[in-house]
Design a protein around this ligand. Structure first.
Ligand SMILES: NC(=O)c1ccc[n+]([C@@H]2O[C@H](COP(=O)([O-])OP(=O)(O)OC[C@H]3O[C@@H](n4cnc5c(N)ncnc54)[C@H](OP(=O)(O)O)[C@@H]3O)[C@@H](O)[C@H]2O)c1
Length: 315
């Protein structure tokens, strides 16, 4: 009996785990062909790379960013993209749309607006409905600008960041849900290790990412109870080599960043396969999290050792 417990049960567990994972569907790029996808925060970084991958796969891509909105305020309205302005950042965003078209997107559009304003988030989804006639995947990726330093006590900044990084994700989900229910679609939420573990120097940002986990993990449970056929994928990312992240943290962090192109692809794969969570890179995200519940102080110590606070920029 002792031998049975020691050997047979673990072996049985391994066999069952193997069967479970090997029976899962594999990702194929054709799965995205003709799918209607919104990618928020796609003017730069990981969002931009996701737009290009989706375009290559033949999806209909609707990208959002704020920059165009700054200029559209001249006309006082939200707009689908007609870039006539010469502003550098707006041109950057329109270049993303042009490149998506060149890469083979079913269609590519830009809808601009600031996610700080909840009315804007609803309007963005309405434009998507009118332009795409439905939605298969909502990728929530945008992130407001914050500082990389000790918490400065600015409550107003925390509130602003909660609006952009958290409440707008909630508002877009609520607005897009009827379309996603009709298509049996997917919600992909781009989060961070800073939304699972307390990291120093990103206090307001971490708070917004923890909030995403609470909201979307609870919502997933309710979808399951109510048999709502909409998947929710939470993406837990480590340090990625986007321009903004490198500028903010590269000097202080003792770790090498992972490539944004590969990161973007892993997010799309996870969302398409309706995975519960995506960890990228796996070894530097999932494995440390195994320590979190059993040796939290050890994990905190290991995290702190990855920082060089003396290199923080003067506030
Ligand atoms: N890079 C990393 O190391 C890392 C690590 C963990 C998690 N993540 C997560 O990955 C996602 C992408 O990060 P990233 O590094 O690629 O970011 P990024 O390059 O800074 O891009 C952020 C995007 O959000 C848009 N945005 C900013 N403020 C906005 C607002 N108020 N309203 C609407 N859009 C706004 C930006 O465009 P505009 O400025 O034109 O509006 C831009 O397209 C984020 O959710 C981030 O938390 C990144």
């Amino acid at each position: 009996m002792g031998l049975l417990q020691k050997i047979l049960i673990p072996v049985l567990g391994l066999v069952l785990a193997f069967c479970f994972y090997s029976s899962r569907e594999n990702f194929r790029p054709e799965m995205l062909k003709g799918k209607r996808v919104i990618v928020t925060g796609a003017s730069t970084g990981i969002g931009e790379q996701m737009a290009y991958h989706l375009a290559r796969m033949g999806a209909h891509v609707l990208v959002t960013a704020r920059t165009e909105a700054k200029l559209q305020q001249v006309n006082g309205k939200l707009g689908t993209h007609t870039c006539t302005h010469k502003h550098r950042k707006a041109n950057l965003t329109s270049q993303v749309v042009e490149r998506c078209r060149a890469l083979g997107a079913g269609s590519a559009r830009l809808v601009s607006g600031s996610m700080e304003d909840m009315a804007t988030t609803r309007q963005l989804v309405e434009v998507a409905e009118a332009e795409l006639g439905g939605l298969d995947m909502l990728i929530l990726n945008h992130v407001g600008k914050s500082y990389f330093n000790y918490f400065d006590g600015d409550v107003g900044h925390v509130q602003k960041l909660l609006n952009i990084n958290f409440l707008s994700y909630v508002a877009m989900t609520v607005s897009a849900l009827p379309m996603l229910k009709r298509s049996g679609g997917s919600i992909v939420v781009v989060s961070s290790m800073a939304g699972k573990v307390g990291f120093p120097f990103t206090v307001p940002y971490s708070a917004t990412k923890f909030a995403l986990d609470g909201f979307f993990s609870s919502l997933r449970q309710e979808f399951s109870i109510q048999s709502v056929n909409v998947s929710i994928t939470l993406c837990i990312l480590g340090f990625i080599d986007t321009e903004n992240a490198m500028r903010a943290a590269a000097d202080v962090l003792l770790m090498s960043p992972a490539p944004k192109e590969e990161c973007a692809l892993e997010i799309i794969k996870g969302g398409t396969l309706r995975q519960r969570e995506v960890y990228y890179r796996y070894a530097s995200t999932k494995l440390p999290l195994l320590l979190r519940d059993w040796a939290a102080e050890l994990l905190d110590l290991l995290v702190r050792q990855r920082y060089r606070p003396e290199r923080l920029r003067a506030a």
